[in-house]
Ligand binder design. Sequence first.
Ligand code: 6PG
Length: 244
Amino acid sequence: MAPIIQVLPTSADLFHAAADEFLRAGRTAIGAQGRFTVALSGGSTPRGLYSLLAKDHADFSWPRTHLFFGDERQVPPDHPESNYRMVNEALLSKISIPAENVHRVRAENSDAKQAAAEYESDVRKFFELRSGEFPRFDLILLGLGPDGHTASLFPGSEGLNEQSKLVIANWVEKFNSFRISFTYPVLNGCAEAMFLVSGAEKADIVAQILKGNNTPPFPAQQVQPTDGRLLWMLDEAAASRLSR
Ligand code: 6PG
């Protein structure tokens, strides 16, 4: 399915449009199956979305919403680099969501592979998966790095090849550390993948990715939901190298 590309004038407009899409997907999922399963992205961009959801939508059906993490750094949950910490500051600490609805990666575990295995077991249990099955998230939020990585699937990393595990401890050379990440079978099994990209510093990589003729493809280009929507939400600065 071709990606749907939405370009918003400013980052504030981007976060409002992303919040609307989050709420739409949530209401649809809760209406259809009584719950909404989301994998959140980390980094800095989505903080604006999470803050907006907390500020304007504290009354959303959070008790019917389950929040997972698309990836996590191998640090404790209170570490400045922790994705959980960012989400907790921007969103979780400001809404009433049952603790059991927040599925944190226990990345403080010094054994990254063990942390990945524990998280995989949590996901399998929650979605009641049989062996060989993959979860179908209602929504997976993703960011984009200037090198074309998404989640913690970085160019040249082993994790790009993982086709049977749901979660991997992916060694990232440039950070000299492991990152815990969902794999492509999870990212591409979702009902909707939403990239949220803001800022002129991403314009080059956005243009390269959406033009699509790279060999090897960038990791973010490999996010192609098998039976789901692919939505790229950009502000004008991030879209500034796209031909109209
Ligand atoms: C992470 C994210 C990562 C992020 C991109 C973009 O853990 O950092 O999962 O994939 O989305 O690196 O990060 P920024 O939003 O900070 O530019």
